[in-house]
Design a protein around this ligand. Structure first.
Ligand code: NAD
Length: 440
């Protein structure tokens, strides 16, 4: 560890960043709720930003340095909670935004956590397994004083997984000489994980979609779905939807996507993705595709940009943030958008979609299944219990549908969008806790 800063933050004046876009939605909510300036100020910046540069020795003997972050947005309702992302674009602004969204999200689903997020700015694909383990353990050594079961509890996010969570727990327990199964969630089943955590984000979103279409009297087999991102969130969602009779017409990953109006079988896509690293692996090797076979199967190769505008009823962004913008929002064909990714829609795009009557289920609700089952894992770690898959599923459904119905009610009563309604509920719950503590 070469450099280290921890700041207790004051309001910033930055423009046009992920965080300034988040602040726009926040300001509108604070104004709508008539919150005093003194109370409003508490929401504008995270409580703490921890930044370090972590160093590892690479396999070739050279030293590599990576900027690393842990941002703690708000802990009025419970310990900070949120994943750790490994990505070349993970920077302070992005991690700050994601941490703030986590605080709203845990409040929307009403679980006893605050919001936090972590990130390391690196390309995990450029590292060997040994290097990945070294960087994961270094992250914990760098931030160990700021995390823990009752303080701040990380989890997986983009490019991090149960194996990484296991290295992190192991490193934390070694460093602190404690037994701390609840210091991190998303662990493997063999090392304190919970049944259902791997599929929880998609499962929560799926429960919401089921409830939504039930109310609109549509049948799954009438609905076409496009999913951007085929990782933990997107891939499991594709399976749930396909198994329930929806037609998944398009999926993609960072290399691009695949479209078929006849529908795509996620089992086959998963098999080829595992073997070739790409969702198009059944038809293409790099940029060379078997066009005859694609024609026979009525399949087209598409870009990630095309996927967002494809002919479908439900669009599910499940990869990165800020992909739905004022530029492409007018061309989106879907009538429903379920944000499994965090922050995929800019505020400008939100306004356009709302004007066009597109119903959008916002990230702070749509992907809250992950943190909800993380809470169940945290609870199991503290009690020593092991819940059955049935119990996890039933409790997840109860929590997520309670939250969904609360947001729907708030939206209907105040004639506001689901995102506005979710922010209102989240901010009000955080404020109640802050007032009870005497912070404001
Ligand atoms: P993941 O690393 O498992 O998968 C990410 C997927 O996105 C991969 O298929 C990758 O190829 C694809 N991708 C990466 N860059 C892309 C690009 N530029 N264009 C299109 N696709 C791209 O990550 P995940 O856990 O599935 O997370 C995806 C999103 O869901 C993120 O926004 C994350 O914050 C959010 N989320 C995840 C969880 C969870 O429990 N995993 C919970 C809540 C929210």
């Amino acid at each position: 560890m070469l450099t280290s800063t921890t700041t207790q933050t004051t309001p910033s004046t930055s423009t046009s960043t992920s965080y300034s876009r988040y602040q726009k939605t926040l300001s509108q909510t604070l104004a709508r709720l008539n919150i005093s300036e003194k109370e409003a100020n508490f929401f504008k910046e995270p409580q703490f930003i921890h930044k370090k540069e972590i160093a590892i020795i690479r396999d070739d003997g050279t030293t590599a340095l990576y900027p690393a972050f842990r941002v703690q947005a708000n802990n009025a309702r419970g310990p900070f909670k949120g994943g750790i992302r490994y990505h070349p674009l993970a920077d302070e602004d992005e991690v700050k935004t994601l941490a703030a969204l986590m605080a709203i999200k845990t409040a929307v689903v009403n679980i006893p956590f605050g919001g936090g997020k972590g990130g390391i700015q690196l390309d995990p694909k450029s590292l060997s397994k040994k290097e990945l383990e070294a960087v994961s353990r270094a992250y914990i050594r760098a931030f160990k004083d700021h995390i823990g079961s009752d303080i701040d509890c990380p989890a997986p996010d983009v490019n991090t997984n149960p194996a990484i969570m296991a290295w992190m727990r192991d490193e934390y327990e070694k460093e602190t000489k404690t037994f701390s199964p609840s210091m991190i969630t998303g662990k493997p089943m063999s090392f304190g994980g919970s049944l259902g955590r791997d599929t929880a984000t998609a499962r929560g979103g799926f429960f919401i979609l089921e409830e939504l279409i039930e109310r609109t009297a549509m049948d799954p087999d009438e609905l076409r779905v496009a999913i951007q991102g085929f990782g933990n969130a997107g891939m499991h969602m594709a399976h749930f939807l396909h198994n329930a009779g929806f037609t998944v017409v398009a999926v993609s990953d960072s290399h691009g996507g695949i479209y078929s109006p006849d529908g795509i079988d996620p089992v086959r896509i998963e098999k080829y993705k595992r073997n070739t690293g790409e969702v198009t692996g059944e038809y293409c090797e790099g940029s060379v595709c078997d066009l005859n076979r694609m024609k026979y199967d009525n399949v087209e190769r598409i870009t990630n940009e095309q996927l967002l505008e494809i002919e479908c009823d439900i669009l599910i962004p499940a990869a990165l943030d800020n992909v739905i913008t004022e530029e492409n929002a007018p061309r989106i064909k879907a009538q429903y958008i379920l944000e499994l990714a965090n922050g995929p829609t800019t505020p400008e795009a939100d306004e356009i979609l709302n004007r066009r009557g597109v119903k959008l289920i916002p990230d702070v609700l749509a992907n809250a299944g992950g943190v909800t089952v993380s809470y169940f894992e945290w609870t199991q770690g503290r009690s020593g219990e092991q819940w059955t898959a049935e119990k996890v599923d039933a409790e997840l459904k109860r929590v997520i549908l309670d939250a969904y119905k609360g947001v729907r009610r708030e939206s209907y009563r105040n004639k506001i969008t689901y995102r506005e309604a979710a922010f209102s509920i989240g901010i009000k719950r955080m404020l109640d806790a802050m007032r009870a503590r005497g912070w404001v």
